[in-house]
Design a protein around this ligand. Structure first.
Ligand SMILES: [Zn+2]
Length: 103
């Protein structure tokens, strides 16, 4: 026969274990900030969203895609557009490629 005290201790242990399991479940189901993809602990976004986020952050200092398209129409040459933004024409090509990829 077990004493009342022993029973109580056992119950408490079981509760603790349940709590631990709950916590483990929570850790495993962290969702991305931008979409519902599950991500690993410590991350805030899934790989796709973090790439997109980086691109958006980097785009802040750049002319918009619309602006670049307008520039191509008006200025016609990458080298001319590059001069306008004080970058290389390769840089303009890179910008356009990224815009095409993410838009
Ligand atoms: Zn995501």
């Amino acid at each position: 026969m077990k004493t009342k005290k022993e029973k109580k201790i056992k119950q408490r242990k079981e509760i603790n274990q349940e709590e631990k399991q709950e916590r483990k479940k929570e850790e495993k189901t962290i969702k991305c900030d931008n979409c519902d993809n599950l991500i690993s602990r410590g991350a805030t976004r899934c790989i796709n969203c973090s790439i997109l986020h980086k691109f958006q952050e980097a785009s802040k200092d750049r002319p918009s895609y619309e602006q670049l398209k307008k520039d191509i129409k008006e200025l016609k040459y990458y080298t001319t557009i590059a001069k306008k933004y004080d970058v290389s024409d390769n840089c303009i090509r890179k910008w356009l490629k990224k815009y095409e990829k993410y838009s």
